[in-house]
Design a protein around this ligand. Structure first.
Ligand code: DAH
Length: 366
């Protein structure tokens, strides 16, 4: 065996025995690198006579090719083995619990709207809706506020530049009261609805946002009187705030669409820096807080809606949803409601899957 042959055999054996890509690279450098023995052998050809060269060259060239091919093959084999090992290492264990997916939460306003619907459903109320883009007839005129009525100016209304085909002004509804009109026209009497939703006024400070939420209530039937109104609101607030010691005060007031009109106050006390609803507003350490307006539906409003006031009476109320949500769940900045800050929502939002509130509605409380 020539020296070249034995060098080649040794190199091929070392290549075959390489257990890593690094070890293989060492073998490549030892043979084919600048100072590798194959390269040195090739250099010797330069000093040979032409005859010697043509005798010696083919064996050296062949050795170089053979070694290069052996290295390529070994490299492919090592890479395949590496991949195989990785696949084994990274097997997915399907029995492990999945990582928690980010989950949204129910906004307190939506939560409270659901609670309202649930409580009033127990009292026989259906949920009614109306458009947020209204016309001035439904938002004002039919509620007994004609063009000259000063209450129109008090509403800080957002108007659109155009008008309806009938020539009515188009606006963003300033309260949920137009749903009273639409419901009476659509379904006539008797009627028992609540209408929660967004309303808009050009107003913005710590306690006012240009968009906020109200819930309207309307009952029209025969022989309806103020006692029904008081019992309904009291029963609602007891279920909503989940306590028996709710005291309401109906304070004489004025709204164009009710006669008589009352403002609805509730007794509360302050614990820490939080207002807590409950108790009599005149009791020591207590005060009254206004939660909304209400009254007996003005006969003129019934007439606008096509009902005969000699046959039908009704009561109506309007409450601020954002305010009762803040009271129930202890938030104190209204603007945070509409900032859309995910940290606030994580803190004050509700899980759609486990509802912590509202024990059992109205019927089960007695
Ligand atoms: N619509 C009134 C407002 O936004 C609230 C209101 C007062 C509604 C008396 C009523 C009501 O239904 O009877 O200021």
């Amino acid at each position: 065996m020539t020296e070249l042959d034995s060098q080649k055999q040794a190199a091929l054996a070392a290549i075959a025995g390489a257990t890593s890509l690094e070890a293989l690279e060492e073998q490549r450098l030892a043979a084919l690198g600048k100072k590798g023995w194959v390269s040195l052998a090739l250099k010797t050809l330069g000093q040979m006579s032409p005859d010697e060269r043509s005798a010696a060259a083919p064996a050296i060239q062949a050795a170089r090719t053979e070694i290069a091919e052996a290295i390529e093959a070994k490299k492919a084999a090592l890479e395949a083995a590496e991949l195989e090992a990785q696949l084994v290492r990274e097997t997915i264990d399907l029995t492990l619990p999945a990582p928690a997916a980010p989950r949204g939460s129910v906004h307190p306003v939506s939560q409270v709207m659901d609670e309202l619907a649930e409580i009033f459903a127990d009292l026989g109320f259906a949920v009614a809706t109306g458009p947020e883009i209204e016309d001035d007839w439904h938002n004002f005129t039919a509620l007994n506020m004609d063009e000259t009525h000063p209450a129109r100016a008090m509403h800080d209304t957002f108007y659109f530049p155009d008008r309806t085909p009938e020539g009515r002004e188009i606006l963003l509804r300033t309260h949920t009261s137009p749903v009273q009109i639409r419901s009476m026209i659509a379904q006539s009497a008797p009627i028992r609805i609540i209408a929660p939703g967004r309303v808009y006024r050009s107003d913005s400070d710590a306690t006012h946002t240009p968009m906020f939420h109200q819930v309207e209530g309307l009952v029209v039937d025969r022989d309806i009187h103020l006692g029904h109104l008081k019992w309904t609101l009291e029963t609602f607030f007891k279920a909503f705030f989940e306590r028996e010691d709710i005291t309401l005060r109906l304070r004489p007031s004025y709204f164009p669409f009710t006669e008589p009109s009352v403002e609805v106050d509730v007794g509360y006390s302050v614990e820490g820096n939080r207002r807590v609803v409950g108790g009599h507003g005149d009791a020591p350490g207590h005060a009254w807080m206004e939660l909304g307006g209400s009254g007996m539906v003005n006969p003129r409003v019934l007439e606008f809606a096509g009902l005969d006031p000699k046959e039908w009476q009704g009561f109506a109320f309007g409450l601020g949803i954002d305010r009762i949500a803040m009271l129930k769940y202890g938030m104190n900045d209204l603007r945070a409601f509409f900032d859309g800050d995910p940290r606030w929502l994580r803190h004050y939002g509700f899980s759609p899957f486990d509802q912590p509130t509202l024990s059992a509605g109205v019927g089960a409380r007695a």
